[in-house]
Design a protein around this ligand. Structure first.
Ligand SMILES: C[S@@+](CC[C@H](N)C(=O)[O-])C[C@H]1O[C@@H](n2cnc3c(N)ncnc32)[C@H](O)[C@@H]1O
Length: 206
């Protein structure tokens, strides 16, 4: 009897193990590592989360969609300013941290940037911090965020510049391809040890 050839399993490298651990802590937070990552992000990224909420100049009657809130620092800040705030977050651990932090000031939803579960033109503002590098299909995600914004609505995006998959100018081009206008992009140095942030503002034409 011939035994079919089985390819040898790929050797697990130290870099691969580290990448997986990093992803379970920060990219797709899960389990104990995810909760630890949530603790770290709530401290390390707080300055940027608050900065993005400040830049959005939220009004008390506005509806805000926060994509990938992680442990919920920006979500909580937005929830104290805007009329209705919805967090779309694929990680159950992060949704639990958001609930602990924000209580019933916000609504939480399982979903992603490309699948928010929001109706057409239902949000005034979209906020997303340290998230774009995780979008599997950026064109689909930008199209979804454009769809859920009302005409005249705005999107603010921030991410560690050195972690961007493309330059911030190319990101702006991708947002423009989805229909956004009035694109502005700049860098901002958060206080403390956090790395330089690349930021982008875009508007859905009225
Ligand atoms: C690096 S953390 C950033 C969290 C928080 N905004 C911050 O800056 O501290 C990325 C978050 O995005 C979520 N996420 C991963 N893939 C996503 C996707 N495709 N769409 C939306 N959120 C996603 C993760 O579950 C995680 O909570």
């Amino acid at each position: 009897m011939s035994i079919p050839h089985q390819p040898a399993p790929a050797p697990r490298t130290a870099t691969g193990t580290l990448d997986t651990a990093f992803d379970r802590a920060f990219g797709h937070p899960a389990g104990l590592l995810g909760r630890l990552g949530g603790w770290v992000m709530a401290r390390g990224n707080a300055g940027t989360e608050h900065r993005v909420v400040d830049l959005a100049r939220l009004e008390p009657d506005e509806i805000v969609l926060v994509v990938g809130p992680g442990p919920g620092i920006g979500l909580d800040a937005a929830g104290r300013l805007a009329g209705e705030v919805i967090g779309v977050e694929p990680s159950a651990e992060m949704r639990a941290l958001c609930l602990e932090r924000c209580g019933n000031r916000v609504e939480l939803r399982d979903g992603s940037a490309a699948r928010t579960g929001s109706a057409d033109a239902s949000a005034d503002v979209v906020l997303t911090v340290n998230n774009v590098e995780l979008w599997e299909d950026r064109a689909a995600a930008f199209a979804e965020l454009f769809r859920v914004l009302r005409p005249g609505g705005r999107m603010l995006l921030s991410a560690h510049e050195k972690g961007l998959p493309v330059s911030r100018h190319e990101l702006a081009d991708e947002a423009a391809a989805a229909g956004f206008t009035d694109l502005q992009t700049w860098t901002w140095q958060p206080p403390g040890f956090a790395p330089l942030a690349a930021q982008l503002k875009a508007v859905k034409p009225a």
